[in-house]
Write a protein that binds this ligand. Structure first.
Ligand code: 5AD
Ligand code: SF4
Length: 460
């Protein structure tokens, strides 16, 4: 049997698709080269905005319709939308065989067996018996990888469906994380991004350190910072990133760790959502524009090269022109290197869904466009400062647009296009002198290859 997973949504979904694919391969299924070939079709769904759900339902409908000609085909859906819509999905998608929620992926092989033996409309949802270690597999050959550290979210921002669909926070024990990073590095991975909705809350709920765990060599107390330190000290990983974060976790200790741990990359994804205090308060974000900028200042003081990216929602209920201008100002004051802008989408069951969605679609589109243009100007200005500088780039392979050039990312997570020297391999850490800047891309010439060890010494 062959399978194919079609993925919508965030990096966590990308990682979940990879983990499920590896699990299915271990159970004897083969990845299909094309959707037309696959015997098992799965959509990995996202619920964060209404449009993402509409797309997933549409895709499932198309997939399930092919069962008229190929009745043996199995069609399933996994992820956030399953937890939200549950049995409703079987009504909305004729021919859907199974649906499995975000904390149940380890059961997909068993569900497939039940469908193959004739059962239909199988729903598996719920939270409580996380089996994350059986979902620790990764594709071979990659030089970057995602690693889950924290499932769920306890923050309950007023607009966000994630706590409802991904459940309460559960931190993965540190031993499993460190073992996974070590096995990735043995397989050639140079850069790991730790994943969680709010990674700095790692280890604040359930216990994560075994009784045998050493204490922090640098005297750190916060569990997330201790995890960064343990990965830095107990694995030979060259580059360590994490996402997503919240200003309340931007402590002096985190700042010190980002400065002192050679593996820690000088990049932070820190969603701002809005720069207007009344809007932030209604969003229940737990900070003001000023306290957000203060948190950022703490990190920038420790790590002057820090690059910062963000998420913004435009058109939240009650967002006035004046609120919007505060967001523009705050984005400028924060000096974001990149920003992902989203138009507000009411999610049933969230507190904000009870408030009138009163910013017209056209105005949301306009605000979205204004922020994108602001960000392009700011991104270009910040990137132009890097012309003439030499950056460390992880070579990821040929650029999509021009195969003679390669693409990679700087430690600050900027895309860098460069001309490879003979002998340059995927996974090399190369030194690139930047010659030209665009708002989201840097262009340069390659200079020197560093081994991961040299690279860490170089940073030391
Ligand atoms: N509408 C629009 N954007 C949303 N996000 C989360 N919920 C919503 C919503 N209801 C955005 C936030 C978050 C990102 C992943 O998606 O900006 O940081
Ligand atoms: Fe949503 Fe807030 Fe959790 Fe992020 S931290 S997923 S915005 S509730």
């Amino acid at each position: 049997m062959t399978f194919l997973v079609h993925t919508y949504g965030c990096q966590m979904n990308v990682r979940d698709t990879e983990a499920v694919s590896m699990l299915l391969e271990r159970h004897g299924l083969q990845p299909a080269a094309t959707e037309a070939e696959a015997d098992v079709l799965i959509v990995n769904s996202c619920s964060v905005r209404g449009k993402a759900e509409d797309k997933a339902i549409g895709k499932l409908g198309i997939m399930a319709a092919t069962k008229r000609e190929r009745p043996d085909r199995i069609v399933g859906v996994m992820g956030c939308m399953v937890q939200r819509l549950q049995t409703e999905l079987f009504k909305r998608v004729d021919g859907l065989d199974f649906a499995v929620g975000p904390r149940r992926f380890a059961r997909i092989p068993a569900l497939l067996e039940r469908v193959a033996s004739g059962e239909r409309h199988l729903l598996d949802i719920g939270i409580g018996d996380e089996d994350i270690e059986s979902l620790a597999g990764h594709e071979e050959g990659a030089v970057t990888a995602f690693v889950n550290i924290l499932l769920g979210c306890d923050r309950r921002c007023a607009y966000c469906i994630v706590p409802d669909v991904r459940g309460p926070e559960w931190s993965r024990p540190a031993d499993g994380i460190i073992a996974e990073v070590n096995s990735l590095v043995r397989a050639g991975v140079k850069e790991v991004t730790l994943l969680g909705q709010s990674v700095m809350r790692y280890g604040l709920g359930n216990p994560v350190w075994s009784a045998m765990a050493p204490s922090s060599p640098r005297g750190y107390a916060e569990p997330f910072v201790r995890l960064l330190e343990a990965i830095n000290d107990q694995t030979p990983l060259a580059r360590l990133r994490f996402t997503s974060s919240h200003p309340s976790g931007c402590t002096a200790e985190l700042a010190a760790a980002m400065r002192d741990l050679p593996a820690a990359c000088p990049h932070l994804h820190l969603p701002l959502q809005s720069g207007s205090d009344p809007v932030l308060q209604r969003m229940r974000r737990g900070y003001t524009a000023a306290s957000y900028l203060e948190a950022l200042r703490r990190l920038r003081d420790a790590v002057p090269a820090l690059a910062v990216t963000t998420d913004i929602i435009v058109g939240f209920p009650g967002e006035t022109d004046d609120d919007f201008e505060r967001t523009r100002e705050c984005m400028e004051a924060a000096g974001f290197d990149n920003a992902f802008i989203f138009k507000y989408s009411p999610r049933p069951g969230t507190p904000a869904a009870d408030w009138e969605d009163d910013v017209p679609e056209e105005e949301k589109r306009r605000r979205n466009q204004v922020l994108l243009e602001d960000q392009d100007r700011r991104g270009l200005r910040l990137n132009e400062r890097l012309v003439g500088a030499t950056l460390e780039v992880l070579a990821e392979g040929e650029s999509q647009r021009n195969a003679e050039r390669w693409s990679g990312r700087s430690d600050t997570n900027k895309i860098v296009i460069f001309e490879p020297e003979a002998g340059c391999s995927i996974g090399d850490l190369v030194k690139v002198r930047i010659e030209r800047a665009m708002p989201q891309t840097l262009y340069g010439e390659r200079q020197k290859v560093y081994s991961p060890q040299e690279n860490r010494e170089h940073k030391d």
